[in-house]
Design a protein around this ligand. Sequence first.
Ligand code: FMN
Length: 186
Amino acid sequence: MDALDALHSRISVNLLEEPGPNTAQIDNIVRAGLRACDHKNLRPWRYLLIEGEARNKLGNLLSNAKETLDNAPLDPITRDKIEKKPLRAPTIIAVVAHITENPSVPKIEQLLSAGASAQMMMTAAFAQGIGAIWRSGALMFERGLHRELGLTENQELVGFLYLGTPKVSKPVPELSPNDFLSRWNG
Ligand SMILES: Cc1cc2nc3c(=O)[nH]c(=O)nc-3n(C[C@H](O)[C@H](O)[C@H](O)COP(=O)(O)O)c2cc1C
């Protein structure tokens, strides 16, 4: 797919099924992430590939994170619902912002770069015909979850990219550049 076509027509897919992207496709997705704009070339991104049984473990961690945030045990129905969330896609890539102290690059810029990296990956997935949706939620910011995922104190979760074969197709919304672009003449 032509780069501009992908950029102009990328769309998220929330209903995904097997198979997930293959090794070469994942490599392409990560390579796209690595081309995000990056002040001082700090490379403020890391990625965790979560597939197969690891998705069940992630579900378990998400339930635990919910219990921590609520400071109360989950009822079995809610626990089951949360535990199944990662099973909505065969493949998940967790995008992590890796923040380093730098006098020229504040944390916000490094987080933005990690977000840009995630967006690049979303577009690379779309360009290869892979369905993808960027998911987050309050649980994503729970530090116990971070620790269990192996994140260090200077790392933040930016999002979970759910990847797989699209089950549905959606039209691309019509948006006009003129509704968002204005000229500033000083
Ligand atoms: C930082 C971030 C977090 C998001 N979290 C969620 C989420 O948890 N659940 C969800 O359904 N969509 C979430 N979205 C939105 C979808 O990824 C998607 O962009 C949105 O549904 C619009 O669809 P489109 O990308 O096809 O325009 C998030 C988007 C961003 C940028």
